[in-house]
Design a protein around this ligand. Structure first.
Ligand code: F6P
Length: 326
C-alpha cells in the first residue's frame, strides 16, 4: 500500500456535541505527525460534490467548546448507491486524499465500511452519536452531553409535575437504544424508564402500574425511549388515558434540543483521545476499524463488530432504578 500523505475528515449522520473536539484532535494530531489534512463538508454528500478545504491548525482553533459540527453533516442517499460511491472515490483521487476519518453513528460507519471494502481504502471511524449504540466502546461522543441536557430538562419538568401531582411521560432520543432513557431516569430519580431492549419481554407500563408506583408519591416521571418498539410517549399516554383514567397524564418530547449544546468535559476528553487515536491507527496501518474506549483504554473495534452488534444494556441499571424509585 502507498504511504498515506493526506487524511480527509468528515462528519456524517446526526450531529453530536463533541464532534468539533474530534475534528480538532484529528486535524492537530495528523499535522503533528506530518500529514496533510483536508476537511470534507456535509459528510459523504460533500465528498461526492467536492466540498473540500485544506485544514491547517488554525482552522480548528476555538472550536473545542462548540456543539454541532463545523464541517456540517448530512444523511446522503446517493452514497448508498455504488454510482454515488464511485463519484466519491473519484473526488478522493482528484483531491489526493489517501485515507479517511469518518465521525458518525451506525449508518455513517456502515457507509464507511462498504466504501473502504469496495475501494480498498484506509478508513478509521470515530463513534459520534448521542445514542451510545455502537458496540465496543463504553460511550460515544455526544452521549454524555445529551444525558446532561436530559437531566436538566427533566429536573425542570419535575417541578411542575410535583405541583400538579401529574404523571409525566418524557420521550428521549436514542433511536432503537435505551441508554439515554435508562441512565437519564437514574440521574433524575425518575420512577421508571421504558426502553426498547426489554419491550418484547414485558409490558413495562402494566408492570409499572402494578408495582404500585404511586404508593408513596403523588407525581411521577417516566422516561420513554423513542422507538417503534416502545411505541413512544404519546402512545403510552393514550393507553393510560384509556386504561387508567385516574391518572392526570402529560407528555413532553424533548426532541432535537438533546443534540445541541456545548460538550461536557467527558465528551471533550473522549473526542480528543479518540481523534488522536484515529491518527495513531492510520500510522499503524489499521483500516476498517472504529476507535473505542473501553475501561479507559483505547481499543480498535472492527467495523463489522461495532455496527449492528446490538450493544447490550447493563441490566443492573434496571434493577438499581427499580430499587431507588420506591
Ligand atoms: O442518531 C441520532 C439521532 O438523534 C437519534 O437519536 C434520532 O432518532 C435521530 O438521530 C433523529 O434524526 P434526524 O435529526 O435526522 O431527524
Amino acid at each position: 500500500m502507498a504511504a498515506i500523505k493526506c487524511i480527509g475528515i468528515l462528519t456524517s449522520g446526526g450531529d453530536a456535541p463533541g464532534m468539533n473536539a474530534a475534528i480538532r484532535a484529528v486535524t492537530r494530531s495528523a499535522i503533528f505527525s506530518g500529514f496533510k489534512v483536508k476537511g470534507i463538508y456535509r459528510g459523504f454528500k460533500g465528498l461526492i460534490t467536492d466540498e473540500i478545504v485544506e485544514f491547517k491548525t488554525q482552522n480548528v482553533s476555538n472550536i473545542i467548546q462548540l456543539g454541532g459540527t463545523i464541517l456540517k453533516t448530512a444523511r446522503c442517499k446517493e452514497f448508498e448507491t455504488s454510482e454515488g460511491r464511485q463519484l466519491a472515490f473519484d473526488v478522493l483521487r482528484r483531491e489526493e486524499i489517501d485515507a479517511l476519518v469518518v465521525i458518525g453513528g451506525d449508518g455513517s460507519l456502515t457507509g464507511a465500511r462498504i466504501f473502504a471494502t469496495e475501494f480498498n481504502l484506509p478508513i478509521v471511524g470515530l463513534p459520534g452519536t448521542i445514542d451510545n449504540d455502537l458496540y465496543g466502546t463504553d460511550t460515544t461522543i455526544g452521549y454524555d452531553t445529551a444525558l446532561n441536557t436530559i437531566m436538566e430538562c427533566v429536573d425542570k419538568i419535575r417541578d411542575t409535575a410535583t405541583s400538579h401531582e401529574r404523571l409525566f411521560f418524557i420521550e428521549v432520543m436514542g433511536r432503537d437504544a435505551g441508554f439515554l432513557a435508562l441512565n437519564g431516569a437514574i440521574a433524575t430519580g425518575a420512577e421508571a424508564a421504558i426502553i426498547p431492549e426489554i419491550s418484547t419481554e414485558v409490558d413495562q407500563l402494566e408492570e409499572l402500574i402494578k408495582s404500585g408506583f404511586r404508593k408513596s408519591k403523588n407525581s411521577s416521571i417516566v422516561l420513554v425511549a423513542e422507538s417503534p418498539i416502545t411505541g413512544g410517549a404519546l402512545a403510552l399516554s393514550e393507553r393510560v388515558k384509556n386504561e387508567y383514567p385516574q391518572y392526570d397524564v402529560r407528555v413532553s418530547i424533548l426532541g432535537h434540543l438533546q443534540r445541541g449544546g456545548s460538550p461536557t468535559a467527558h465528551d471533550r476528553i473522549l473526542a480528543s483521545r479518540m481523534g488522536a487515536a484515529a491518527v495513531d491507527a492510520l500510522l499503524e496501518d489499521q483500516r476498517n476499524v472504529m476507535i473505542g474506549i473501553a475501561n479507559d483504554e483505547i481499543v480498535y473495534v472492527p467495523f463489522s463488530k461495532a455496527i449492528k452488534n446490538d450493544k447490550p444494556i447493563n441490566r443492573d441499571l434496571l434493577n438499581t432504578l427499580r430499587r431507588l424509585s420506591i
